[in-house]
Design a protein around this ligand. Structure first.
Ligand code: NOJ
Length: 575
């Protein structure tokens, strides 16, 4: 088998990847006492659910020991399981059970930073032998008042708390300043008497990737999980690992204003503190080599890299090792929900896709407001079908398949004061006849995040019984995408319609001749008769509607025009 053939058969090429946020997914029923948050065993207990949904792989968000300053993305030990979530044995058992169901497991890997409670940081701040420059340290300067000043203007991504504080009237000394300043990416450390750099929270110091020992340690952590059987990594904030170590100031973003931008962090450009191609590409290449090592190469391992960057910078990263790694395609998630914007984004994405690359589609994650909160119930269903029929890995954020919405979290229960992302991280409702909708048997006040009452009626047990529920729609759509040759292997075909509220694309499998068209009505109005100008087939059959789910038996004359309900997506297969 040559390399290209091997890639064609890659299990990732057409995989549905389900993101689990372990703290709020499911607590195993056997745990005594119940703690009120999810567990690794709880995930194993729900594997049948994922199997029946048609999931091919799980992406497990951080489950590592962590002080939980950033929802687990502040890691105190890269090679262990948070004791509150379980043990390494539980993890091994999960891998085995998932594999037995042909579900692969991808774990979140966080190369850019650790927790300040990690022993490496403790050693580095004490300048213990060999650990001196595992993090990014600098003495800065001393101003005329004798105050320590950081070495440059680099800012922390988590600068929203400044803005919130100002809105609460707590930063009165800023009354004359138009814009709220970002939070510095530098923190003075009293122990070492130097500043350290943190791209995110103060408690998340950035690792120094220019130090080869750090790179080796991180690659060693990757191998640790690969040796336990994981099938790949979702790699966090990858664009931050490459920095200009000469530490020049970032330039000011002249487009910034507080009306359009939510985060004071965006006042600066991002060319030096992150997105620094010279080192970034080299480090990504090194990580890719781990997966391509002869010990692992037969295992079809994969990395999906998280980076918020411009499209052409992303394509440069995608070109590093397309056979094992690609960046998340956030274009669709970030584009506004209208036919024109989505079409431009999708056509461009598939046109630029490298031959060996695996495409991907994303409708949400633990950092973004929930899909149904953004687009409404029917809009969310439309976005789901739109994405599921596209080529590549299709990501589903847990609860998205149920149409869950953002919760209002009382301030005293917030877990994420830095990023304010608790609303989209509440517990999954499994069965609303049980306490906490079946998520956990703990006292509700002990839940890590409260259950969202607005979601109770969307519990899995209920939705299973309704043919038109959001869950049934996801199941039907995924099943079809695994059955229809055009949806499995077909290339993406850009199509045009005669209606600017309706977008269309096709899938075509050259080998079998199987074809389908997906029509998406982005408006809240019915569209009478939409014509697809460049379709290759005339007579088809609707195999899925995002509204009614069920297949309609009637034939559709595509050239004569297709009627669409408000927010409807119709999938039509060539007859
Ligand atoms: C991206 C993760 O998705 C987010 O949740 C986290 O806060 C930052 N990276 C920092 O690790």
């Amino acid at each position: 088998m040559d390399v290209h053939e091997a890639r064609q058969s890659s299990t990732w090429q057409n995989a549905v990847v389900y993101q689990i946020y372990p703290w709020t997914f499911a607590e195993d029923s056997g745990r005594e006492p119940q703690l009120g948050h999810g567990s690794i065993r709880g995930i194993e207990e729900r594997l049948s659910y994922l199997e029946s949904l048609g999931v091919n792989a799980i992406w497990l968000s951080p489950f590592y020991p962590s002080p939980m300053v950033d929802g687990g993305y502040d890691i105190a030990d890269f090679k262990n399981v948070h004791p509150a979530l379980g043990t390494l044995e539980d993890f091994d058992s999960l891998v085995k059970a998932a594999h037995a169901k042909h579900i692969r497991l991808m774990v979140d890997f966080i190369p850019n930073h650790s927790s300040d409670k990690h022993e490496w940081f403790e050693k580095s701040r004490r300048q213990e032998d060999g650990y001196d420059d595992w993090y990014i340290w600098h003495p800065g300067s001393v101003d005329e008042h004798g105050e320590h000043q950081p070495p440059n203007n680099w800012a922390s991504v988590f600068s929203i708390p400044n803005r919130k504080a100002r809105e609460r009237g707590e930063m009165h000394w800023l009354h004359e300043q138009e814009w709220t300043p970002p939070i510095s990416a530098w923190k003075w450390d009293d122990v070492r008497q130097e500043f350290y750099m943190h791209s995110f929270a103060v408690e998340q110091p950035d690792l120094n990737w220019s130090n080869p020992y750090v790179r080796e340690a991180m690659k060693d952590a990757m191998r640790f999980w690969l040796d336990r059987g994981v099938d790949g990594f979702r790699v966090d904030a990858i664009n931050h690992i490459g920095k200009n170590m000469e530490l020049p100031d970032e330039e000011v973003n002249t487009a910034y204003n507080e009306e359009w931008y939510e985060n004071p962090y965006d006042q600066l450009q991002k060319f030096q503190s992150c997105n620094y191609p010279r080192t970034l590409h080299e480090y990504i290449w090194e990580m890719c080599q781990v997966l391509k090592d002869e010990v692992y190469e037969h295992r079809d391992l994969r990395m999906i890299l998280e980076a918020y960057m411009g499209e052409s910078d992303l394509r440069d990263i995608d070109a590093i090792a397309p056979e094992v790694a690609s960046t998340f395609n956030f274009g669709g998630l970030l584009a506004s929900w209208d036919a024109g914007s989505r079409k431009i984004q999708m056509d461009y994405y598939y046109e630029r896709l490298l031959r060996d690359a695996v495409a991907n589609q994303v409708n949400g994650n633990h950092d973004k407001p929930r899909l149904a909160s953004r687009l409404g119930d029917n809009g969310a269903r439309a976005a789901a079908v739109l994405n599921l029929f596209l080529p590549g890995m299709r990501f589903i954020y847990n609860g998205e398949e149920l149409g869950l919405v953002d919760a209002e979290i009382p301030s005293w229960r917030l877990q994420d004061p830095n990023g304010l992302r608790d609303p989209e991280r509440t517990p999954i409702p499994w069965d609303d006849t049980l306490p906490n909708a079946g998520f956990s048997n703990a006292d509700p006040k002990d839940l890590w995040l409260p259950a969202n009452q607005a979601d109770a009626h969307k519990a899995v047990m209920r939705q299973k019984q309704h043919d038109t529920s959001s869950l049934s729609l996801y199941r039907a759509a995924i099943r079809l995408t695994h059955e229809l040759p055009s949806a499995q292997n077909g290339k993406y075909v850009p199509l045009h319609t005669d209606n600017d509220q309706v977008m269309a694309y096709g899938r075509e499998d050259e080998e079998t001749g199987d074809q389908l068209i997906v029509l998406v009505n982005f408006s809240r109005d019915k569209q009478g008769s939409v014509r697809v100008s460049d379709s290759h087939f005339v007579i088809g059959e609707q195999v899925l509607s995002s509204i009614s789910v069920e297949q309609s038996s009637h034939r559709v004359d595509v050239r004569a025009g297709v009627a669409l309900e408000p927010d409807e997506v119709s999938v039509i297969k060539k007859l």
